[in-house]
Write a protein of this length. Structure first.
Length: 73
């Protein structure tokens, strides 16, 4: 790669790309912190994924969203 191209590429990089947290929040406002969510599930008694369990119904999804502040998506 030519030196001039490398210099332009490095100087063109926006400062906001260095702020990962801010960029993630902008790109995905509905993202959750998996460590926090996992800790909350474990505190409520969750142990591990069980593929034999049925998927959540509408009421369970609604309760989960109310508990964690998620709106309708």
């Amino acid at each position: 790669m030519p030196k001039a191209f490398v210099a332009v590429e490095r100087s063109f990089r926006p400062a906001c790309l260095n702020d990962r947290t801010r960029l993630d929040a902008i790109l995905n406002p509905s993202a959750v912190d998996l460590r926090d969510r996992s800790a909350a599930w474990q505190k409520s008694g969750w142990k591990t994924f069980d593929p034999a369990n049925k998927p959540y119904g509408a009421d369970e999804v609604r309760k989960e969203r109310q508990l964690y502040g998620g709106g309708v998506r």
